[in-house]
Design a protein around this ligand. Structure first.
Ligand code: M6R
Length: 639
């Protein structure tokens, strides 16, 4: 922020206020549109399809004959719907929003839309980094603030420009020049009953081209019931939207044509389809999802490198000397499994580093031109992972980047040099499930593709592919454990802590299982490499502590067995998820869940499923909101 742009009297205020943190928001949802019929029901339906992102309040604003009408409510969209029944709103142009706050209380006054002097209304996703300084300037100009949000400055800034005359479009174009940070916004004015203006800057926004109007939304799922035709805005784009047409201007103000893309998402993909929860549906979709990862990407015992990774991939892989994987959350845990595969002498035999994006980006990592940087993300929008990708592109332009991602046209698929689409289909449940198993299948293909350039034998490649091709069937077998795991849930649901143990490539599976348990059941669950047990966590084990162990039939199983004896010696309750070939000493404190017999190398892809099911049933038994667990959002698009 350049303080010299402001009068001297304001500079001290600005310096002081700049020390404060801006309000931070994670994945709010935006829908807006102009239609030839009442747009409000369309917008509210669209907003409901964004519910999966997590939110604490919802609101709507529209241009009615009386001017700007705005309704906001704390809580669910249902509450907003009820408010709309009491105060019906009808308009051709409108904007709606779900807000998810991390700073600044969830409250009606902080809910969006924010309205400036009954003339301009704005919804916003992202962070305005210089909002405190802008607030000071706008206060000097007699604008009053009624919320704690950064967004309100946008409404006043647009109003300030708009009052000077000119169109809503030019007011927005001028106003955004003042903004620093990440934002997607949609704006209406009281004088434009058939127009909205929308902007994308480092926060996703798409235009949906409908039969009866044009719309904008944070993602395509909001609009998929009214159109499958979308225009993906670029950073800095401003869209001037009317019922029958729209015009896009780039960041320099030049009119641009952005391509219209047809989405293959269907309304069924974003519905629960007979399941109780999206998470349950997504767990059961895994056999088909993993089949899609492999379809057309392997043939005759070989990875089809070009088809899977693009035509530049073979050359890039041939010059790769090391791999650095960067991701967050579940995507980070799939990377940890991949590290075992990448470093195996008989596979890729390549040094592989794995880091959490939020750590890696701030430790000033040395960048190497012959390292392949791999960014894993379901959404392709996770702010920290995306920032790392951009760091590599800027810091070492000659280095190669690839994203393994589930969302086509996401920020990561646009920014990375190579893209591997996991084709898992829309993942709506906040807890990631099919994204994880499809990432693992993709990472095995990447391991094999790299291995081929580094002396892996054709026989080995063919063997691994045979194993991979059995995975969908093995996943189906794992899903048959559903009933058995449901029976364990009530007892498990009474616990407040749980320990997950694994060894080798099942250690990340223990981590992922514990993440699933904590995020939806709210039971404190920790994942540990089993060998670490006696270095600390054993102190926690007593008759109250359930210990879950993942025991494949591999070389480490004997060592794992002795770890498990240590647990039983302290009366810990053992739940062993084991291959049928593992011999386990049974006693009344040990429950064995027999997993499908599967090749050890690909076992992590299958063995995570029972842990997902256990977490799911425990969360249901505890009466939790499985798809939208408290305090979490599906995709973390700001730092
Ligand atoms: O979309 P991404 O894969 O980049 O998301 C990363 C994490 O936010 C995500 O995996 C999160 O940990 C899930 N809620 C886990 O279930």
């Amino acid at each position: 922020m350049d303080g010299d742009r402001f009068p001297p009297s304001l500079r001290k205020v600005i310096t002081d206020v700049l020390k404060q943190q801006p309000e931070k928001k994670i994945m709010c949802g935006i829908v807006g549109g102009v239609s030839n019929t009442n747009v409000i029901p369309i917008l509210i339906d669209g907003l409901e399809r964004l519910e999966y992102r997590g939110y604490d309040s919802a609101g709507v604003a529209a241009v009615t004959p009386e001017g700007i009408s705005c309704l906001r409510r704390l809580g669910k969209i249902e509450v907003l719907r009820e408010a709309l029944e009491e105060n019906p709103m009808s308009a051709l142009a409108g904007i709606v929003h779900t807000r998810w706050a991390t700073h600044g209380k969830p409250s009606e006054k902080n809910a969006h839309p924010h309205v400036s002097q009954a003339a301009i209304a704005v919804v916003h996703n992202g962070i305005i980094e210089n909002h405190v300084a802008l607030r000071a300037v706008l206060r000097e100009k007699a604008y009053e603030f009624s919320s704690d949000t950064d967004t309100e400055v946008i409404a006043h800034l647009v109003n300030e420009q708009w009052k000077g005359g000119g169109s809503l479009l030019s007011a927005v174009q001028n106003a955004v020049q003042e903004l620093e940070g990440a934002y997607s916004i949609a704006v209406i004015s009281k004088n434009d009953p058939e127009n909205i203006v929308a902007v994308r800057m480092k926060s996703p926004l798409v235009i949906g081209i409908g039969k009866n109007g044009n719309f904008v939304a944070s993602d395509v799922s909001a609009l998929i019931s009214i159109t499958n035709q979308f225009v993906y805005l670029e950073d800095g784009d401003v869209a001037d939207i009317y019922q029958a047409h729209f015009v896009v201007y780039d960041k320099t103000g030049k009119k641009v044509e952005r391509p219209i893309k047809v989405s293959d998402l269907s309304p069924e993909d974003v519905s629960r389809g007979g399941f109780l929860h999206f998470m349950q549906k997504e767990i059961h979709e895994q056999p088909d999802a993993v089949s899609r990862v492999l379809d057309g990407r392997v043939k005759d015992g070989k990875v089809l490198i070009e088809e899977a990774f693009g035509n530049k991939a073979a050359k890039i892989f041939a010059r790769t000397e090391a791999v650095q994987i960067i991701a967050c959350g579940t995507s980070h845990y799939s990377s940890l499994v991949a590290r075992y595969w990448m470093e195996m002498e008989s596979l890729a035999d390549i040094p592989c580093h794995v880091d959490v994006a939020s750590e890696w980006r701030y430790r000033n990592p040395r960048l190497h031109s012959r390292t392949l940087y791999v960014f894993i993300s379901q959404s392709g929008e996770t702010a920290d992972t995306l920032a790392c990708l951009n760091m590599v592109k800027e810091g070492k332009p000659e280095a190669h980047t690839i994203t393994i991602c589930n969302v086509p046209e996401s920020s990561m698929t646009r920014e990375a040099e190579l893209t591997f689409l996991t084709k898992a289909g829309a993942e709506i449940g906040v807890a990631s499930t099919k994204a994880f198993t499809t990432q693992l299948a993709a990472l095995m293909l990447l391991t094999l593709a790299l291995g081929r350039t580094r002396g892996m034998t054709a026989k080995k490649e063919a063997e691994v592919i045979v194993s991979l091709l059995t995975v969908p069937e093995k996943l189906r077998e794992a899903l048959l454990l559903d009933g058995e795991l449901r029976l364990l849930a009530p007892g498990f649901g009474k616990k407040e802590h749980a320990l997950y143990l694994g060894r080798g490539s099942e250690y990340p599976i223990a981590l992922e299982g514990s993440l699933k348990m904590k995020e939806i059941s709210y039971i404190h669950a920790e994942g540990y490499p089993a060998g670490e047990l006696k270095h600390g966590p054993l102190a926690l084990v007593n008759e109250e502590m359930p210990v879950i162990a993942v025991a494949p039939n591999d070389v480490l199983v004997e060592k794992l067995q002795s770890n498990l004896k240590e647990v039983r010696a302290r009366n810990g309750q053992l739940f062993i998820f084991a291959s049928p070939d593992v011999k386990i000493d049974l006693d009344e404190g040990t429950t064995v869940i027999a997993l499908p017999r599967v090749d050890e190398l690909v076992a992590p892809i299958v063995y995570v499923v029972p842990l997902q099911l256990l977490a799911y049933h425990v969360a249901v038994a505890r009466g939790n909101n499985v798809d939208q667990p408290r305090n979490l959002a599906k995709s973390v698009t700001v730092e």
